[in-house]
Write a protein that binds this ligand. Structure first.
Ligand code: MG
Ligand code: MG
Length: 255
């Protein structure tokens, strides 16, 4: 079952979410050819210091096993879906696409958000992938209101991918968020409308569609973190932390 947050907690999550949005957009604005993904990580780290918030990803371990995540930012280029580890060797090139994923802790509460952008100018196909994945996040968020179910979000997201001829990365999903980075419930990006847990005021979830132009299957790189599409197709990722309110929803990580 999802954890219900108090009005005060949602207020603090919104405060943190606003800071996260500022930091994420500052990092996105620094994306250009010649910049390394480690430069972007350093920038995110400086911004977090400036705002007095803590990184949520650094030191994180999946299921409390495996290697600790060594950076504050996830920077996933082209066929990397998520969890790309920043590196000084990874210099961005014109025409690539990059997913930027950041989580912060503000007053002991977690928010999580991601967006994908082109390095310089992307191909028409990749521009469409970015646009459709962003629109799918919006379509998922539009389903967030009391009485609707997690499956309504999942179905709305999947429908966007299907209409555009893209595939949903099925093995990676959204999640509850707030007291921890990952909480119940799971928020999948495909499924049937009217299924899964019912949305209630006070629930806070991270909705995060990941689409690819190719096949949905993924594989991990040797670093234990980076997730790539198995067929090497480009992938895009957008994410917001969203609170369910009595009136509908509030996007906590909106700029
Ligand atoms: Mg994230
Ligand atoms: Mg997330």
């Amino acid at each position: 079952m999802a954890i219900i947050k108090t009005a005060k907690e949602i207020e603090l999550l919104a405060e943190g979410g606003k800071i996260l949005a500022d930091i994420l957009h500052t990092v996105a604005a620094a994306v250009k050819p010649g910049v390394s993904t480690l430069d972007l990580d350093h920038l995110a780290r400086e911004e977090m210091k400036k705002f007095g918030v803590k990184p949520a990803f650094e030191g994180y371990r999946m299921g409390n096993q495996g290697p600790k995540y060594p950076a504050v930012l996830c920077s996933s280029v082209d066929h990397e879906v998520v969890h790309g580890i920043p590196s000084h060797k990874k210099i961005l090139k014109e025409g690539q696409i990059i997913g930027l994923d950041l989580g912060i802790i503000h007053k002991e509460l977690y928010t999580d958000s991601a967006l994908s952008v082109a390095v310089g100018k992307a191909s028409k196909e990749n521009e469409k992938l970015l646009r459709v994945t962003r629109e799918a996040l919006e379509a998922g968020i539009a389903q967030v209101r009391p009485g609707n179910k997690i499956g309504d979000i999942a179905h709305a997201i999947q429908s966007c991918a299907k209409k555009a001829g893209f595939a949903v990365i099925r093995d990676l999903i959204g999640h509850g968020v707030g007291h921890e980075l990952h909480e119940k419930p799971d928020v999948p990006n495909y499924g049937r409308a009217g299924t899964l847990e019912e949305l209630m005021p006070g629930m806070v979830i991270a909705i995060e569609p990941m689409f690819t132009r190719g096949d949905w299957r993924i594989t991990f790189l040797d670093d234990g973190w980076t997730v790539v599409t198995a067929d090497g197709s480009p992938s895009a990722h957008f994410e917001h932390t969203v609170a369910v309110t009595t009136a509908g929803h509030k996007v906590l990580t909106a700029k």
